[in-house]
Design a protein around this ligand. Structure first.
Ligand SMILES: NC(=O)c1ccc[n+]([C@@H]2O[C@H](COP(=O)([O-])OP(=O)(O)OC[C@H]3O[C@@H](n4cnc5c(N)ncnc54)[C@H](O)[C@@H]3O)[C@@H](O)[C@H]2O)c1
Length: 349
């Protein structure tokens, strides 16, 4: 397929305009239409992109025979409904995270895309970011030893959502990154949290993911924090990585630090932990907007027919973990076992 791909974006709220800007910047595609039910948002988009058609009706996208692909960036409760229409109309479909509100919805979309031979991709943006790719490379090289645990904090004041709690809003990013880095799904989940502002919607949660090889990850998500924090710490048996996504340039620092317990000791007096303090270093990272790489990947997958790195099954896995977290939240943090790989491909092929 050598011609320009025609793309439409549904949802021009906070995030949609970032997708519109990035798709518009790519030479291989044209953002032909954008859709929103809010006329104010459409008027704003028209000012920015004079040659792009605007519509309040999603069916105008469905009925446009020239459209190759639709990007869904609406509130989460509409993802399944709109993506299903898009796939049934034969359009390649990109859905923002989280893919849908239940695993049943995700499964239906995955099978529809497969049946109609269409590209289905989920917006797990961080998988396309240079720091996350670099961390994966470092872990796979063995430089930090065995990953012992990962701790992630994604905190800020707001943005409060009306249809999902803070876990479903913020943790999809951390879950997707952790699955990508560890390369296997967790065996069980615990999640605790509290609803302070809207008594029905948790605004602070703390989730732990337990892996069957003994690995462990913690995800703290909050809409009720004075500071914007985007930090992930990866503790290896030899070295430790701190990834601070708020840093403009030096997002990753690798610390040559570890603690070792003596292998043998006979008396308490002989027992000493050995603390190792070495250098820290900051790897060079190429500056690429992750969303641009993600948009480019979606177009490449449409052209070549290859499976996206964040395909529908990856989106489904993240939603299955979110569902397990919701079940645990309801029972005050009780352990919920999950078995994500029954009959399915491994997290990373
Ligand atoms: N990948 C990321 O890093 C990232 C970041 C932020 C948000 N998101 C995701 O993007 C999606 C949108 O989030 P947001 O913060 O922009 O929400 P938002 O509420 O700011 O915007 C949603 C927009 O969708 C419009 N809309 C509602 N119903 C519609 C319909 N039937 N057809 C067309 N438009 C409709 C609304 O009018 C609104 O303008 C969510 O899935 C969210 O999780 C992803």
């Amino acid at each position: 397929m050598d011609r320009l791909l025609n793309v439409a974006v549904a949802g021009c709220g906070y995030w949609g305009p970032n997708l519109i800007r990035n798709f518009s910047s790519l030479a291989e595609c044209r953002v032909k239409q954008v859709c929103d039910v809010d006329e104010g948002r459409l008027a704003h988009m028209k000012k920015l992109y004079a040659s792009t058609a605007v519509t309040k009706k999603f069916d105008d996208l469905i009925n446009d025979d020239e459209l190759d692909a639709i990007v869904v960036a609406t509130p989460v409760h509409l993802h399944h409904q709109l993506a299903k229409k898009s796939l049934l109309a034969g359009k390649h479909t990109f859905i923002e995270k989280p893919m849908a509100t239940s695993s049943e919805e995700c499964e239906e979309l995955v099978s529809l895309a497969a049946k109609n031979n269409l590209t289905l991709m989920v917006g797990h943006t961080f998988i396309y970011s240079t720091p996350v790719r670099k961390i994966k490379e470092i872990i796979d090289s063995g430089e930090i030893g065995e990953v012992q645990y990962i701790s992630s904090r994604r905190l800020n004041l707001g943005l409060f959502q009306k249809d999902i709690n803070v876990t479903w809003d913020l943790a999809p990013h951390d879950i997707a990154i952790i699955l990508y880095l560890i390369g296997r799904p967790p065996a069980s989940i615990n999640c605790q949290g509290k609803a302070h502002v809207d008594k029905m919607i948790e605004d602070v949660t703390n989730m732990s993911l337990n892996f069957d090889n003994g690995g462990f990850a913690i995800i703290h998500s909050s809409w009720l924090d004075p500071n914007k924090v985007r930090e992930m710490v990866i503790v290896g048996s030899k070295r430790m990585i701190v990834y601070n996504d708020n840093e403009p340039l030096e997002k990753i620092k690798i610390y040559d630090k570890r603690v070792e317990a003596p292998p043998h000791y006979d008396t308490f007096a002989e027992f000493h932990y050995s603390y190792h303090y070495g250098d820290a270093h900051i790897p060079y990272l190429k500056q690429v907007e992750p969303l641009k790489a993600e948009a480019q990947h979606f177009l490449d997958c449409i052209r070549t027919g290859k499976k996206p790195e964040t395909c529908g099954l990856d989106g489904l896995r993240v939603v299955q973990i979110l569902e397990a977290a919701s079940r645990s939240l309801k029972s005050n943090g009780a352990k919920v076992d999950i078995d994500l790989d029954v009959g399915r491909k491994p997290v990373r092929a």
